[in-house]
Design a protein around this ligand. Structure first.
Ligand SMILES: Cc1cc2nc3c(=O)[nH]c(=O)nc-3n(C[C@H](O)[C@H](O)[C@H](O)COP(=O)(O)O)c2cc1C
Length: 194
């Protein structure tokens, strides 16, 4: 069965030569070939301010670009999130997007005396992270810290599971052949809708 997929591009740089952008294209092409319906969210192209206090987070109305992104995320049953590792974590612009988007009412519903209820149950996600260091160094020496936070504290908490990850390391100076293999792998993920 064809899925509804949201492809979330978290790279702050709109330049098409960024590897993250080639990966998103490869995923989208694979998904289209297999008949999945895919919509894009390009965080670099969205206009939104930073969340600066708890009142804005809990009671503020999301700016229009964020409301549109929330609608796309609600529509999809699978999300593919792509970002480069910057200083051990997702880029600040992507984190600002997450703070804006994952507000109570969209991601969670607070309940008296109980843990919040996740409002995004039934969705799954894949997170694709590119990085300069070898991927096993990030996974085993740094314990994939920022990725685990995104997975558990943001996505799982909102009810999104399973969340799978694809770590693409040693990106700097990566040969053409290796890059093409990764694009093929990610294209296959797209055609399989996972
Ligand atoms: C501001 C900045 C910080 C970075 N920090 C890290 C880092 O902490 N660890 C790492 O392995 N790579 C780091 N890198 C390298 C990027 O992860 C790498 O260039 C990127 O994944 C390549 O993908 P792209 O072509 O889509 O930008 C950093 C790059 C920039 C620009």
């Amino acid at each position: 069965m064809a899925s509804r997929i949201a492809i979330i591009q978290g790279h702050p740089d709109p330049a098409p030569e960024r590897f993250c952008r080639a990966l998103a294209e490869a995923y989208a092409a694979g998904a289209a070939k297999a008949g999945h319906e895919a919509r894009r969210i390009d965080v670099a192209a969205l206009e939104f301010p930073l969340i600066r206090n708890q009142a804005q987070f809990e009671r503020g109305a999301p700016p229009p670009a964020i409301a549109d992104a929330q609608e796309t995320l609600r529509w999809a049953d699978h999300w593919v999130i792509i970002y480069p590792l910057w200083l051990g974590d997702a880029p600040a612009l992507f984190k600002a997007f997450i703070e804006q988007t994952f507000r109570p009412g969209f991601a969670l519903r607070y309940r008296d005396g109980r843990l919040p209820e996740g409002l995004l149950k039934g969705k799954s996600a894949r997170v694709i992270v590119t990085m300069g260091m070898p991927a096993p160094v990030y996974r085993f020496f740094f314990f994939a810290h920022g990725l685990r936070n995104l997975k558990r504290n943001v996505l799982n908490y909102a009810g999104v599971r399973p969340v799978r990850a694809t770590l693409i390391g040693s990106v700097k100076g990566m040969g053409r052949e290796t890059a093409e293999k990764w694009l093929e792998t990610v294209g296959t993920l797209g055609s399989e809708g996972r």
